[in-house]
Design a binder for this molecule. Sequence first.
Ligand code: DC
Length: 228
Amino acid sequence: MIRVAIDGPSGAGKSTVAKRIAKDLSIIYVDTGAMYRCIGLYALRQGLDTKDSQQVSSCLEQIHLETSYDVQNGQRIFLNGEDVSEAIRTPDASMAASNVSAIPQVRAFLLDLQRDMAKKQSLVMDGRDIGTVVIPDAELKIFLTASPESRARRRYLEYVQKGQQPVYDDILRDVILRDHQDSTRAAAPLCQAPDAVKLDTTEINFEDTVSIIKEMILKKAAELSLSI
Ligand code: DC
């Protein structure tokens, strides 16, 4: 069994890369950002202030999250039985996720769920604190990053592909704001684990990033005599 932790700022390509690696190696992919997004979405739908820790933490007991994974569809996530895998991808849900993720009770609520998943099987898990908090003993830790401009550009293209009409400057502003919020919050801030390998993809394309990481995984598995 091998557990791969991929952390990094929003838009660095973590989920696209992790999804593809999981598929190629036939292992599970867990997107922890989706879990924070579900809580953000729930709080938005309830009309709560997503920065208010009291309001948000008191709604946690009403939330039941489930995930499913298959190679074809990747991870699907269910909020109280409703498949919200698409609904959590809006700019509002992104900002709400960043807001609720700063609340310690929200992090504690999701930590057990995430650790439980990491006990059972080989996986690639992506997020902000996977290598530092969720699986500190992961066999391989990668910190995936890229310049704010190139991350904003990728997000912009994603929205265009979905038929939306995004404004690049708004996306760049959100990227910079979320970076700041995610890395300066008190609870499990985004930071590189000391034993993580840093990979800056500003100048590296998707296919090359996937190859580099797959090679690292195979090398680590061989080094530790682990089966994947
Ligand atoms: O990866 P993402 O953009 O889907 O994550 C949404 C938000 O959730 C992001 O702003 C930071 C937060 N997050 C976190 O704090 N810890 C994680 N392990 C994953 C995401």
